[in-house]
Design a protein around this ligand. Structure first.
Ligand SMILES: [Zn+2]
Length: 133
């Protein structure tokens, strides 16, 4: 599902296959940290699956922690997958926003790179990363 509203982050539908290798840089690590600190939030938008490569399947949405000047910022389980495998299709202004947000960086797990809900499930992932809120 595509959502280009200012409170939606990386609600894109990639058109091309995934990159052969994931791009794991400061932006992908920041997004991972932001996701680990996020709160699960159901926007009832149905299941998300990557339209470029078929990865991921999750109906959860996530509210990101931070001062956005927007009230809230929401994303979904595929956010890190899109940054790692479909970077060319991510909106440049959203890449800048992620780079500027000051979220603590975290190394993405295999589940995170695959866009799996398991990467962000608290019962799988354990306690949240400290230092947010
Ligand atoms: Zn994909």
């Amino acid at each position: 599902m595509i959502d280009d509203s200012p409170t939606a982050l990386l609600w894109i539908e990639p058109r091309y296959p995934a990159a052969a290798r994931p791009l794991i840089d400061d932006i992908a690590r920041r997004m991972t940290g932001a996701m680990l600190a996020s709160t699960s939030y159901n926007l009832t938008r149905g299941a998300h699956q990557c339209t470029g490569c078929g990865s991921g399947m999750s109906s959860s949405s996530y509210r990101l922690v931070g001062n956005f000047g927007l009230g809230a910022l929401y994303t979904h389980a595929l956010a890190v997958h899109y940054l790692a495998y479909h970077r060319d299709e991510c909106p440049p202004e959203q890449l800048e926003l992620i780079a500027d947000m000051g979220w603590a960086e975290a190394e993405p797990s295999a589940d995170a790179l695959a866009g799996s809900w398991r990467a962000w499930d608290r019962t799988v992932q354990g306690p949240r990363v400290r230092g947010y809120r």
